[in-house]
Write a protein that binds this ligand. Structure first.
Ligand code: DX5
Ligand code: ZN
Length: 216
């Protein structure tokens, strides 16, 4: 099965965001991955709602919004309004995760939960049937261009088992350090969506790289 590809705009040239989004429109990307960082949940600040809106204005691809923020429930409606098609919150940032997932779905978006490298997939057992997507972080969130954590493969296998045992219909997304060297092993383990930031945007031919990931 061909993976779905979600290039992370975090690695794009922010001074030429429209051009970068148009490049993705013209590529085989399935989504645009939009990384929101608040400087509290993660030790970095990226951008927020107005920039998401600006990306959405030019994008023909659905926005896959990854909220690396504390109290994400406060901002769900704003990001939905800004054009988010998938809204992913962090397990570690949500005290009332079940409620937050329902709120995302009530807004008409697909609901995702991301888990940090130290968080076991088993903690999602009671909500997996409600989830459209689980994002397994394959780096510690906060920065692009980090090294892929090898333990991710075994988490993908465990999550795939959990999804199948519960009869759930949930995509497995992998975020961080994805490249052509690990993509096929991730797909074999059960990944459905690959996020790639620096591997796509640091290349002289991003569209070709996206095609390469699609065709593994
Ligand atoms: C990390 C972000 C990722 C990041 C991926 O905190 O959530 O989406 O942009 O970038 P690369 O592919 O460069 O690791
Ligand atoms: Zn991300």
């Amino acid at each position: 099965m061909q993976p779905l590809i979600s290039p992370s705009i975090l690695a794009a040239d922010f001074a030429n965001l429209q051009r970068e989004v148009e490049m993705l429109n013209d590529s085989q990307a399935d989504f645009v991955h939009v990384d929101i960082m608040d400087g509290v949940f993660v030790p970095n600040i990226s951008f927020g709602i107005p920039v998401t809106e600006a990306i959405h204005k030019h994008s023909k691809k659905p926005l896959d919004v990854h909220l690396m923020i504390e109290q994400p429930e406060k901002y769900l409606a704003s990001f939905r309004k800004a054009g988010a098609e998938i809204i992913t919150v962090h397990y570690e940032a949500c005290t009332h995760l079940h409620r937050t997932i329902q709120e995302i779905k009530d807004l008409g978006a697909k609901a995702g939960v991301a888990i940090n490298p130290h968080t076991p997939v088993e903690l999602l057992e009671e909500v997996i049937q409600d989830l459209d997507l689980v994002c397994i972080m394959s780096v510690n969130p906060g920065f692009g261009g980090q090294k892929f954590i090898e333990n991710t493969y075994s988490k993908v296998l465990k999550l795939k088992n959990l999804i199948q045992s519960k009869g759930a219909n949930t995509w497995i997304e992998i975020d961080g350090g994805v490249n052509l060297g690990n993509a096929s092993k991730l797909i074999e383990a059960g990944a459905d969506v690959l996020v790639a930031g620096s591997f796509v945007f640091n290349s002289p031919d991003p569209k070709q790289v996206i095609q390469g990931l699609k065709e593994i």
